[in-house]
Design a protein around this ligand. Structure first.
Ligand SMILES: [Ca+2]
Ligand SMILES: [Ca+2]
Ligand SMILES: [Ca+2]
Length: 171
């Protein structure tokens, strides 16, 4: 190989090394925590039949599907607590429910914790007999006010929480 062509080849090789280094840097950066959980939202809808009251709670954390699946695989969980809204003290209506990657495996359809292109999602339908746990004000003509809190705890212990709005009815 003569002089100029050899220098061109060396420049090309250096260029390839530089390009490879840049790509590796981007990959390492995107694998870090910068793109993880930063926001959380929670919603509640109450449904009643003559005999049953159920609280349908959903919790969402927007992030990439890659991060969402990574968090779930590494032990992230979502805890759901529901409260009766009162003037002085909002008592918790039933023990804390915890949802993990094993939640919602068949045959359960009522509880699902999953990752998709929009982030991490929880859906759960928590039912009790009507007049039982969700009946937080006991006088016969007292309606009930229920809200829930969704708490995200990732595998490293980082916590994010969100409250739902208050649902009102005779639960
Ligand atoms: Ca109340
Ligand atoms: Ca109450
Ligand atoms: Ca009541």
């Amino acid at each position: 190989m003569n002089g100029p062509r050899k220098r061109t080849a060396v420049r090309l090789a250096r260029g390839l090394v530089t390009a490879f280094t840049v790509v590796m840097s981007v990959l390492v950066f995107s694998a870090g925590p910068a793109n993880g959980a930063g926001a959380i939202s929670a919603r509640l809808s109450m449904r009643t039949t003559a005999t049953t009251t159920s609280g349908v709670v959903s919790v969402d954390l927007p992030m990439s599907q890659h991060d969402a699946q990574g968090y779930i695989n590494n032990g992230a969980r979502i805890e759901v607590r529901c409260y009766g809204d009162d003037y002085f003290f909002d008592d918790q209506l039933f023990p804390t429910r915890t949802f993990t990657r094993t939640t919602g495996t068949p045959p359960s359809q009522a509880d699902r914790l999953w990752a998709d292109q929009y982030g991490v999602h929880l859906f759960t339908d928590i039912s009790f007999a009507r007049g039982a746990e969700y009946n937080e004000d006991l006088a016969p003509d007292n309606g009930d006010e229920v809200y829930c809190k969704g708490t995200w705890i990732d595998g490293d212990g980082a916590v994010l929480s969100a409250f739902t709005t208050v649902a009102r009815g005779t639960f």
